[in-house]
Design a protein around this ligand. Structure first.
Ligand code: GCU
Length: 338
């Protein structure tokens, strides 16, 4: 894995130096079609089939056109540049320029982000869309420059649900069950509160860990469940819908500030537009994912979420109680619910 990551980064460095822009922070050539194209390397941990990949590929094409060839984005899918945690560090230190990472990864450097990924924070996909497009996240997204990155957009990743070797319809069903969660304190506290044993690890390791009995299952959305064929090793998917955690499109802070004002605006506007587009692509693909998983032997079970909602209340109170900012943001999110 490490070798694969290094090879990919070296190949990327060659692309950058061939393009005459060896450093992420090298400024904007602003010369339109006549200038050289700066390639922004973007790490993505899922496949080319994923709605986020499709949205980002479209965005990249438009960015190149709109900046007259000054910028393009090169997406490396399938954890080629490492797990989300590794990729996020590469963005912060400027080795690569962009990444799509789960909100939980960002929560580790700024705990206010935990609010965006609280269990049951969003009532529906429509509610989440309102939150992501309302502008209430603008401040938190630009608050991270000191940590060497900025957030350009929040993309939906649907609702996460538990999957294992039996249906889970109440917290007691999870007793003693080791369930993989994303690598962040809120995810760990949440799954433990839901009755299971939280086991943090990178997404790329989950299939084998379930297969080898190191864990009993995972929690994710239907698209990732199908795409990574987790149904083969954990065929019971239970609609706990406990988490609608966003994925965040992050960019190295120097790369962003090195762009001309005009190109920054183009990029930011495109990110707003593609936040909506990705919701569309997500909704289009979800049924296919469910059908694929069913054809592969998966069983989907509806669940009364009330006991799970009750179980995670202390986790919500803890995160919201951490700062004034956290409380204010949570209230703003909830105020947009129907
Ligand atoms: C989802 C999410 C990813 C995340 C993954 C995970 O697929 O979109 O950003 O990496 O879950 O569970 O790690």
């Amino acid at each position: 894995m490490k070798k694969r990551i290094l090879a990919a980064i070296l190949a990327g460095a060659m692309v950058l130096s061939l393009a005459g822009c060896g450093k992420a922070s090298t400024g904007d050539n602003g010369q339109g079609g006549a200038g050289k194209t700066t390639t922004l390397k973007l790490a993505f941990n899922q496949s080319e089939n994923h709605p986020q990949y499709k949205a980002l590929a479209e965005l990249s094409k438009e960015l190149k056109e709109a900046t007259n060839g000054a910028y393009e984005i090169e997406i490396s899918p399938n954890e080629l540049l490492g797990s989300q945690k590794d990729a996020f560090e590469l963005v912060q230190n400027g080795t690569i320029q962009m990444a799509m990472v789960a909100n939980s990864i960002v929560e580790n450097v700024n705990s206010d982000f935990a609010v965006l990924g609280l269990p049951y924070a969003y009532d529906s996909i429509e509610h989440q869309k309102k939150v992501f497009t309302s502008g209430i996240l603008d401040d938190i997204f630009t608050s991270t420059t000191a940590n060497k990155f900025n957030v350009l957009a929040a993309f939906t990743a649907g609702s996460r649900c538990v999957y294992t070797d039996k249906p889970i319809t109440k917290p007691e069903d999870l007793a003693g069950y080791k369930i993989r969660v994303m690598e962040a304190p809120t995810s760990i506290a949440m799954l433990n509160a839901m009755g299971g044993v939280a086991t943090p690890m990178a997404q790329g390791e989950v299939y084998t860990a379930i297969q080898q009995g190191i864990i009993n299952g995972g929690e994710n959305n239907e698209i990732t469940y199908a795409d990574l064929k987790h149904y083969e090793v954990a065929p019971f998917f239970s609609y706990t819908r406990h988490l609608m955690i966003p994925d965040l499109l992050v960019i190295n802070a120097d790369t962003l500030s090195g762009m001309s004002e005009e190109n920054q605006k183009i990029l930011k506007d495109l990110c707003k537009e593609y936040t909506n587009r990705e919701f569309e692509l997500w909704n289009e693909q979800i049924e296919t994912a469910i059908e694929t998983a069913k054809a592969g032997g998966a069983t989907f079970t509806e669940v009364d979420i009330t006991p799970f909602q009750e179980a995670v209340q202390p986790v919500i109170a803890d995160v919201v109680g951490k700062s004034e900012n956290a409380k204010a943001l949570y209230d703003q999110i909830r105020a947009l619910a129907e």
